[in-house]
Design a protein around this ligand. Structure first.
Ligand SMILES: Cc1cc2nc3c(=O)[nH]c(=O)nc-3n(C[C@H](O)[C@H](O)[C@H](O)COP(=O)(O)O)c2cc1C
Length: 208
């Protein structure tokens, strides 16, 4: 039985985090179900120049990721499709990552709003007690956002802010290395092997 990871891309800044998670899951041979919110089309367009279209998702995904996911196991669901597989707990998803997670998506998932497929799939993932990782990206934050993050934590989600550490690649880390650090933490939380960052060895200043 196919047991995909659902990857939900919401409309927070930080589409490179989503791209890095998607590339790493596909590199690891994992099946992926992709949901891109309406607002995420704006951030993808703004941050990459790619117009992400439901009808041309394969081409647009290849352009966005910079790799051809031709042979990869990717299923795309439109954000407005509330009858899509991941909208039901009986669909055999393995878990879900919302990356990046907007404050709006965090709020909607925390209160069970299910205003689109991304929010519904995340609620399903939580209620089915599947691995659910949210990568919020906003700063500074309101009390209401913090309360939604606590509610998500209490519901079983891993709340994994887009907050890269510098110990992997050092103070001269490139933007891609910082992105890969966050993406690697997402894969750790899902339990998928990766080589996105250098792990801490217990030794200070052990980099090349
Ligand atoms: C270019 C751009 C950047 C944005 N960046 C953020 C952000 O970093 N964090 C956030 O919470 N919302 C951000 N927003 C606002 C969200 O897109 C907006 O709240 C939207 O309703 C989120 O909808 P979604 O959760 O359905 O994707 C941004 C919007 C745009 C157009």
């Amino acid at each position: 039985m196919r047991r995909p990871w659902v990857v939900g891309v919401s409309g927070a800044s930080g589409t490179p985090y989503a791209a890095a998670v998607l590339r790493a899951l596909l590199d690891a041979g994992e099946p992926v179900d992709l949901v891109v919110s309406r607002a995420a089309r704006l951030t993808i367009l703004d941050e990459t120049g790619v117009s992400f279209r439901d009808a041309h998702w394969k081409d647009d995904l290849a352009t966005w990721l910079g790799v051809d996911p031709g042979g990869a196991d990717v299923q795309y669901w439109a954000a407005g499709d509330l009858a899509a597989g991941p909208s039901s707990g009986s669909y055999p998803a393995r878990g879900m990552a919302v990356v990046p997670a907007s404050t709006a998506a965090c709020a909607g998932i925390a209160i069970g709003l299910s205003k689109d497929l991304l929010q519904r799939a995340a609620e399903v993932s939580l209620k089915e007690r599947r691995r659910t990782v949210l990568v919020p990206r906003e700063t500074p934050v309101t009390r209401s956002h913090l309360e939604h993050l606590i509610a998500l934590h209490d519901a079983g989600a891993v709340v994994l802010p887009a907050s890269p550490g510098f110990y992997g690649a050092g103070a001269r880390a490139s933007a891609q290395q910082l992105v890969d650090f966050v993406a690697g933490k997402v894969l750790d939380a899902l339990g998928v092997e990766h080589t996105l960052f250098r792990r801490w060895t217990g030794e200070l200043n052990a980099r090349d």
